[in-house]
Structures are given as structure tokens and as C-alpha cells.
Design a protein around this ligand. Structure first.
Ligand code: FAD
Length: 415
């Protein structure tokens, strides 16, 4: 069988894989990416958060992305009936990026993959990992291309950025169930001719359709808007017909989407994704690190996926470099703990969202501006800034605030 040798093998050419590959390559090591699919390929995850711009900058991807002319995103708007809560990243507690992008991922991921190849990192598309053997931290990975040709890649370290493929957790039985309830999404790309061009495109909108059911609206610079419904699986059973009939009936049932999306042209037949939350016990092992979605994917509500993917890769890449230089790495302290910090903060907010805690805070008539700025930083992805009380006490602060609002404003409790 054909054999190759690299310092680092990266599995997957999504944002996690390409960010890690670029940073490790910049440190002078030989890196190769193997990617199962042919690009451009569809993947969901189109709304980014300002914090991921730091990882994209370190990976030297921002110039290539700028050239694509993606829709800039300056905030996030939450809507419930007549109530609107608009967050603008300019008005946030943490001193960080004030904007990011809304991206069609097929184009975004292709841009990242092209950029990393131009730097000198080869990407082998349509090539899947089928087996890995570790010998200490060295490894031999068997890969197979679409014609069935196999080869072995020897590496000093592996970064697994295989997203929903979850290559290492599946090969080594590291899979663990998420504590989050399984949810489902029905979504499509729409030709959004009735968009309000002044107010609409420069932020995403999350519409509360009813408790536990919400809609994402993510406008792209191309005039296409991504729109999806998320709920527990039973909600979708309340609509008849095929995916497109259900989708159109759902758009019709929500006052916020009814006029704008009636008879809208769809770019593709509405698709379903479900039961996406997954995790593993440990995000590292001798000779490998898991980054991006392979670590843990929570829920789409706060657009945390690509940010957690790129930030975990940014952190992991620096530790891989340290390890290759022969320096000691405390993976638990230096990788697992910071990665879990990000995951845990977002998990608290995801749970608070579905419990109705955040509705109470977001849709308060006269919100406290300081608190709004602190929460805005969480929504911008600055979930490692523990000087922010809404990060430090992520598991208690939102609920405590919501209870105070219920008591002082004498409104219906979420509990
Ligand atoms: P991916 O982007 O999935 O890339 C992994 C790559 O690995 C793929 O290209 C795959 O082909 C490749 N691969 C898999 N198996 C193998 C193998 N055996 N060998 C070689 N290659 C392999 N995130 C956001 O930030 N914003 C959003 O608005 C958002 N919305 C979402 C909506 C829904 C309904 C869902 C389910 C998720 C959403 N996400 C969102 C999450 C987002 O999809 C992911 O977090 C993000 O794509 C993770 O990036 P990644 O690089 O880890 O993985």
C-alpha cells in the first residue's frame, strides 16, 4: 500500500480543520488535510459570531474572505409577536470584534480550503479516513479515495476536525449522549425579494414562533436568505404533506414570515436535520486532539458552532505546535478546560432559551443597558471573558435576572 509521512494529519476541511491546519503550517510543520467530500459542498451553519474573527485572523483567512463580499453581520434581532429585542455588537461589554459575516457555507468553506492550499497545505478531497492505529503519539491512518484506492499516512499528531463525521470518537468508542433534548430543523434557502434593504440584511433574526419553536432568518449578500424552523420533533408532525408543503404551511402560520415569504422561490427542496447534539468524554488523547463539532455541538440558536469550531482549533493548534517542539502540554488544563468553558456558557444560554428564561429578559420593555451589553458579549461569542458577570455566572445569572423581572414587572412567570 502507498505510504506518506507528515507531521500533522488533519481530518476534515471545514472551519475547524482549515484553521488548525493553517496555524500549524505557519509554524513550519508539514500538514495534510483529508476531506471526505468534494467541495463546494453544502453544510449548515451560516451565521458567524464576532469572536470567530480572531481565529480566522490568526489563520490568515480574513483577506480571502473579504474578497467574497459576504453580508456583514452587526448584530442579532429577536422577535416575539410585536416585541423586538435588537442586539448590536457595537454595544457590548467585552472589547472585541464588532461585526462578522453571514455566509453561504459552501462558498465560505471552499474559500478557506483554497486559502489553506495556497499557503502550501495539500487537501485531498473525496478521501475518507477508514482506520487509525496509534503507537504512542505516532499514528498510521488508512485513507480511501472514491475509486477505492487506499494509502497509509504516518503522522506525529492528528487533529480530528471531521464535524458530524466524528471520526475518532466513532473509531475508538468515545461517543457520549448530549444532555440536551433532541431537536429538529426544517430549512431552505429562499430567493428573498421582499427583504427590507435598510434594516434587514445586516443582522440575523430569530423569531419566537411559540415556546420551544423558533425560526432563523439569515440574509446573504446574494439576495438569498436562509430560513429554518427549529423545534422538538413533534411540532413538525402538526403539518401535512412533503417537506416543501410543511415548510410553506409553517411560513404561513407565522405572522412575521407570512407576507415576506409567501410563494417565495426556494433554492433547494427544504431539508431536515435532527438530533444533532453530541459529545465525548475527553477532547484529546495520546497523539490526537478533537476540534470543532467533534468536541460537542449544542444547538443552532446562538450561532455558536463555527465560533466554537474555530476557537477550539486555534487553541489546539498552538498546543500541537508546543507538543511537536517537545514541550510539555497539559491537555486537560490547556485544552479541555477552556474548550468546556465555551461549551458550558453556550449550553446554559441554550437551556435558558428553551425554558423561556431569555424571553423574559430579551423582551422586557425597558431593559437595563449594562446588562444588555453583558449579554450582547455572550451573543458575540466572548464566552471566555469571565469578568463579564453573565459569563462568570452563566448557569445562574440569567434565571436570577428573569425572576427579578417577573417580580418587579408583575408579568407571567416562565417557570
Ligand atoms: P464541518 O463544517 O462539519 O466540517 C467537517 C468536515 O469533515 C466535513 O467537510 C466532512 O465532509 C469531513 N469529514 C467527515 N468525515 C470524514 C472522514 N471520515 N474523513 C475525512 N473527512 C471527513 N453554526 C454556526 O456557527 N452558525 C449557525 O447559524 C449554525 N446553524 C446551524 C443550524 C443547524 C440546524 C445545525 C444542526 C447546526 C448549525 N450550526 C451553526 C453548527 C455548524 O453546522 C457546525 O458547528 C460547524 O459546521 C462545525 O464546523 P466543523 O469544521 O467542526 O465541521
Amino acid at each position: 500500500m502507498k505510504k506518506e509521512k507528515v507531521d500533522v494529519l488533519v481530518i476534515g476541511a471545514g472551519p475547524a480543520g482549515t484553521v488548525a491546519a493553517s496555524i500549524i503550517h505557519q509554524a513550519g510543520y508539514t500538514v495534510k488535510i483529508v476531506e471526505k467530500q468534494k467541495f463546494p459542498r453544502f453544510v449548515i451553519g451560516e451565521s458567524l459570531l464576532p469572536r470567530c474573527m480572531e481565529a480566522l485572523t490568526e489563520a490568515k483567512f480574513v483577506d480571502a474572505l473579504e474578497k467574497r463580499g459576504y453580508q456583514k453581520k452587526f448584530g442579532a434581532k429577536f422577535v416575539k409577536g410585536e416585541d423586538i429585542c435588537d442586539f448590536t455588537f457595537e454595544n457590548q461589554y467585552t472589547d472585541g470584534w464588532k461585526w462578522t459575516w453571514q455566509v453561504p457555507r459552501a462558498d465560505f468553506d471552499t474559500t478557506l480550503a483554497n486559502a489553506v492550499q495556497e499557503m502550501g497545505v495539500p487537501v485531498e478531497f473525496e478521501t475518507s479516513v477508514t482506520a487509525i492505529k496509534f503507537n504512542g503519539s505516532d499514528s498510521v491512518t488508512t485513507v480511501e479515495d472514491i475509486d477505492g484506492n487506499q494509502k497509509e499516512i504516518e503522522a506525529r499528531f492528528i487533529v480530528d476536525g471531521s464535524g458530524y463525521g466524528r471520526v475518532i470518537p466513532k473509531l475508538f468508542n468515545l461517543e457520549k449522549e448530549s444532555v440536551l433534548q433532541p431537536r429538529k430543523a426544517l430549512f431552505a434557502h429562499t430567493v428573498d425579494l421582499k427583504r427590507n434593504m435598510d434594516a434587514e440584511p445586516n443582522r440575523i433574526t430569530a423569531v419566537v414562533h411559540k415556546k420551544g419553536t423558533w425560526i432563523w432568518i439569515i440574509p446573504f449578500s446574494t439576495g438569498i436568505t436562509s430560513l429554518g424552523f427549529v423545534s422538538d420533533p413533534t411540532f413538525f408532525e402538526g403539518f401535512e404533506g412533503n417537506n416543501e408543503e410543511k415548510y410553506r404551511a409553517m411560513l404561513e402560520s407565522e405572522p412575521y414570515t407570512r407576507e415576506r415569504f409567501r410563494d417565495v422561490e426556494l433554492v433547494f427542496e427544504p431539508r431536515i436535520l435532527e438530533a444533532w447534539s453530541a459529545t465525548t468524554d475527553k477532547f484529546y488523547g495520546e497523539g490526537f486532539v478533537l476540534t470543532g463539532n467533534v468536541t460537542e455541538f449544542l444547538d443552532p440558536i446562538f450561532s455558536s458552532g463555527v465560533t466554537l469550531a474555530t476557537v477550539s482549533s486555534q487553541t489546539a493548534a498552538k498546543l500541537v505546535i508546543k507538543k511537536l517542539r517537545g514541550e510539555a502540554v497539559d491537555w486537560e488544563k490547556e485544552y479541555m478546560e477552556p474548550t468546556m468553558q465555551g461549551v458550558n456558557v453556550f449550553r446554559s444560554y441554550v437551556m435558558a432559551w428553551y425554558e423561556g428564561v431569555l424571553d423574559t429578559i430579551f423582551f422586557r420593555k425597558n431593559p437595563d443597558e449594562n446588562i444588555k451589553q453583558q449579554i450582547c458579549s455572550v451573543l458575540a461569542g466572548y464566552v471566555w471573558d469571565t469578568s463579564n458577570p453573565f459569563v462568570a455566572a452563566h448557569d445562574t445569572a440569567p434565571r436570577r435576572l428573569a425572576r427579578t423581572i417577573v417580580a418587579t414587572d408583575k408579568i407571567k412567570s416562565f417557570e
